[in-house]
Write a protein that binds this ligand. Sequence first.
Ligand code: GTP
Ligand code: MG
Length: 189
Amino acid sequence: PKPSSSVKLVLLGEAAVGKSSLVLRFVNDAFEPNKEPTIGAAFLTQKCALPTRTIKFEIWDTAGQERFASLAPMYYRNAQSALVVYDITKASSLVKAKHWVAELQRQASPGIVIAVVGNKVDLAEEEDGAEGEVTEGEGEDEGSVRKVSTKEGKAFAEEEGLLFFETSAKSGKNVNEVFTAIANAIPEG
Ligand code: GTP
Ligand code: MG
């Protein structure tokens, strides 16, 4: 049998960016269009099989509403990995994600593996796919559903040396890829 190790993972991000939906997609391969806000935090586990080892994620899905912000340190304190999630249709959620990354870099374990995740790409897919058409801007303008360009999200992640993905919990796009990339970045042993 392959060696197996448990890895604590915390999800952080503004309310309603889709943290719980990403976990639901990863754990149950399901999506709920009207998911209720998380109260406090939720705990779930899921395995991720790599070629030479299995990672068992112990997932703390935190609540994004401001009234729960003071609880977050309890969940990230001894986490080995984090998903910092924003919503590509909401510019303020990237600002919030940057704050979470700064807080993790200050307060969490020094070796923590962080992935920056821009969720809800399904909402922008028709626009993004309209290549060759004459458009007014690059997709993040007013009047466009997308408010954070891929370039902006990626530039932030690269500056900070973090993993970066754009996902859709609704379609499932890139969801397994995020968790697999984190698993691969966890040192062996
Ligand atoms: P809190 O628990 O309050 O912090 O919110 P959250 O980040 O866990 O968000 P949640 O997963 O509850 O999703 C909020 C809303 O966005 C729900 O109505 C979801 O169905 C919807 N949603 C989540 N992910 C996606 C996505 O990838 N695409 C679309 N279109 N909607 C999504
Ligand atoms: Mg939630």
